[in-house]
Every structure is written in structure tokens, then in C-alpha cells.
Design a protein around this ligand. Structure first.
Ligand code: SME
Length: 160
């Protein structure tokens, strides 16, 4: 049994350090990418408050394909360059979107989503996946969330 305690009252840098440590422990010694993505999505969901979707899209040939996640069923395929996820994948950069309705081409998978954070997972300079977080609260994500999720993306890079 895994029993990681998440204290959402911690300052964000400490919360994300604790999340990265838990994530690292979860994937330690496990080579299966699907198992690792599933557990990483679950631990993100457990640690971070105020989310309505958290999970992976993987690079498959020239598009993103839905991977393990927590939340409502979502769009399955996203072309590179489309929506927030496709933009993060095409540019290889983190996207912090305070208002999804103001993001040109945003793909609405869950009508409750108001803000979004997408972090690319890089290996050998290539985007192998993105981690997508959605929140029902406008402006939920800031630069500290982006930095924290980049730590998670580093853990994922070696585990998926
Ligand atoms: N909103 C995303 C699509 C994925 S869902 O939010 C799970 C986008 O614009 O790429």
C-alpha cells in the first residue's frame, strides 16, 4: 500500500517538492510506462487541490494521444499545434492559461475547465508526452505551479 500524505496548506514550492518525492518513490524500479503514468496521474490528483482533470497525452507519431488520467473522459487525439496541449507539444514549452476561453483554439474536453497548465515531458530533446492539469477555477495556476510540475515532468521523463 502507498500512503502519501498531501498537505494542500503547504506553500506551493514545498507541496511540489513533496509531490516530486512521492512521484519518484512510486516509479522507482518499475519499468512499465502505463503503470507509471497511471500512478503519477493519481498522485498528482491526490496532492493538488482544485483540479477537475489531471493526466497524460503521449506523442504517438505526429500527434498526441490520450494516456492515463484522473477526471472525466477526454478527447483522444490532439494534433501538434492544436489547443493548449498541442501548443505545449509543438513548442516544447510550458503553457500556463489563466482563462481557457481566451486561449485561441482551446479544446474543451470538460465544460467545467476554466484554467489550464500543460507541461511537456522531454527525453533526449524530444517531447514524448505532456502532463495536462485543468481547474474549474480561473487563474488557478501560476509560475510556482509551472515550476513544480516541471519537476514532475522530469520524474516522468525517466519513467514513461
Ligand atoms: N484543453 C486541452 C485538451 C485536453 S483536456 O483539457 C483534458 C487543450 O486545449 O489542449
Amino acid at each position: 500500500m502507498y500512503d502519501f500524505a498531501a498537505d494542500a496548506d503547504l506553500p506551493k514550492p514545498e507541496l511540489y517538492s513533496a509531490l516530486a518525492r512521492a512521484a519518484d518513490a512510486l516509479v522507482q524500479g518499475e519499468p512499465d510506462p502505463i503503470a507509471n503514468m497511471a500512478n503519477l496521474a493519481a498522485v498528482i490528483w491526490q496532492f493538488l487541490p482544485d483540479l477537475n482533470w489531471a493526466g497524460f497525452y503521449r506523442t504517438v507519431e505526429d500527434e498526441l494521444v490520450l494516456g492515463p488520467f484522473m477526471g472525466k473522459p477526454a478527447c483522444i487525439r490532439i494534433p501538434f499545434g492544436r489547443g493548449v496541449c498541442g501548443t505545449a507539444a509543438a513548442l516544447g514549452t510550458t503553457q500556463v492559461v489563466p482563462d481557457v476561453h481566451a486561449f485561441p483554439g482551446h479544446i474543451a474536453c470538460d465544460a467545467d475547465s476554466r484554467s489550464e497548465l500543460v507541461v511537456p515531458v522531454l527525453r533526449d530533446g524530444k517531447v514524448i508526452a505532456v502532463i495536462d492539469l485543468d481547474s474549474p477555477t480561473p487563474g488557478r495556476f501560476d509560475d510556482e505551479d509551472a515550476a513544480g510540475m516541471q519537476l514532475l515532468a522530469q520524474v516522468a521523463s525517466l519513467a514513461i
